[in-house]
Design a protein around this ligand. Structure first.
Ligand code: GLA
Length: 417
């Protein structure tokens, strides 16, 4: 919208109208700015309902989770989005507007968003680029603009958009995702757009152009360290599938290697595949978290935060590791080398520091000693901060430590000042 006003015309306006005019221009400027406001400049963080409850998602549950996100310190650590996954939809009303399943959500979505926002959190929702979602409830195909506007009217801040029951070819996928991406933009409400077609059509090549801020790169993660089954991907299978994707991640667009299994211990319905996988141990969950932090992956948990134990809280609330994930440069880690079972990853940080992660892929304990110059090619006199033990070695020459099976150490290397 343009305003054709010149100084002469403005000077002719009575004083109070001039003031009103400038207020109106300032307001328009702000709302245009809000529409074009860049989103997801760092990887989104939050909680998602999927693995914990699957179809049992409900309004009271989301409120309890919002409360627990605050009382547990998760919100203050940066976990912002509460995302309602599949099965929340009841259907469309006579005017084609979506409404929530009344048995699970007796209240209006708008009231839920007000509740979540009042806690200083944001609300996410789920739909699918077909007539039905993966769970078989009503989805958004052919109703993109109406649904996007409904979400905006409710105060939704994030949409996860799935791809079950949709055609397989990449052209259709791009067209359907862009249609929803454009519809979200048209509402003027800032909503993070999470594309979820499981990496099957290389979304890292086109998801940004469709308006996406993150895109799943793999099938669903299961709560198992390594599944050795290509259809039921475990944490290691998913991690290894990220290795060639670093160049596509950056502020506003992230590779999404799926939800964090941390703290589920086999209790997730979908992630345990009906009790088949019993979960990981605490060391493995900690490594999973560190590796996802290094990958600049979205940090979205799905454990029951209402009953989070201390070990899990220690992993998820480690602010120094979160800072590596949320670094504004937005670089995804690359592997420097793998020697025997030790994999070393490097992530460049905005202030010139480096995050180095040393990871024991093996099933036996191992020790490592890495010379900063010879092994890591770090030539400046450096200090190395161990982000798990919160200790700094000044004038570091080597990184040395013991690792349990599947264990990681993460260091922040800074030039000595
Ligand atoms: C797909 C997605 C999951 C979850 C379910 C819901 O499998 O990949 O993350 O959203 O659908 O049905």
């Amino acid at each position: 919208m343009t305003l054709n006003l010149n100084n002469h015309m403005i000077s002719k306006l009575p004083k109070h109208q001039t003031v009103l005019l400038f207020v109106a221009i300032a307001f328009m400027h702000c709302s245009i700015k809000a529409q074009s406001q860049p989103l997801a400049l760092t990887p989104p963080m939050g909680w998602n309902s999927w693995n914990l409850v699957e179809a049992e998602v409900s309004d009271p549950l989301i409120r309890e989770i919002a409360d627990a996100m605050v009382s547990s310190g998760m919100r203050d650590a940066g976990y912002q989005y509460i995302i309602i996954d599949d099965f929340w939809v009841g259907g469309r009303d006579a005017t084609n507007h979506l409404f929530p399943d009344r048995q699970r959500s007796p209240h209006e979505m708008k009231a839920l968003a007000v509740y979540v926002h009042a806690k200083g959190l944001k609300l996410g929702i789920y739909s699918d680029a077909a007539e039905y979602t993966c769970g078989g409830v009503t989805a958004s195909f052919n109703f993109e603009e109406l649904d996007a506007q409904t979400f905006a009217d409710w105060g939704i801040d994030y949409l996860k958009y799935d791809y079950c029951n949709a055609p397989e070819d990449v052209t259709t996928a791009f067209t359907r995702y862009k249609k929803m991406g454009d519809a979200l933009k048209k509402t003027g409400r800032p909503m993070v757009y999470a594309i979820c077609e499981w990496g099957q059509r290389k979304p890292w090549l086109w998801a940004r152009a469709a308006g996406g801020h993150l895109w799943r790169t793999t099938w669903d993660s299961r709560d198992v360290w390594q599944s050795n089954n290509k259809d039921l991907t475990g944490i290691m299978e998913i991690f290894d599938q990220q290795k060639d994707l670093a160049q596509y991640a950056g502020p506003g667009g992230w590779n999404d290697p799926d939800l964090l299994m941390v703290g589920l211990y086999g209790k997730g319905k979908s992630s345990s595949v009906g009790g088949r996988f019993k979960g990981c141990n605490t060391i493995e969950y900690r490594s999973h978290f560190i590796l996802w932090a290094m990958l600049s992956a979205p940090l979205i948990v799905n454990l029951d935060v209402r009953s989070m134990d201390k070990e899990t809280a220690d992993i998820l609330l480690n602010k120094e590791i979160i800072a590596i994930n949320q670094d504004s440069l937005g670089k995804q880690a690359v592997t420097l080398f793998i020697r025997d079972n030790i994999q070393v990853l490097k992530k460049e940080l905005q202030n010139g520091d480096l995050a180095i992660c040393v990871f024991n892929r093996g099933d036996q304990p191992a020790s490592f000693s890495l010379d900063l110059k010879k092994d890591l090619n770090i030539w400046f006199p450096a200090s190395a901060r161990n982000l798990q033990e919160h200790e700094t070695i000044k004038k570091a020459i080597a990184l040395t430590n013991q690792l349990q099976a599947h264990d990681c150490r993460i260091y922040r290397i800074s030039a000595n000042k």
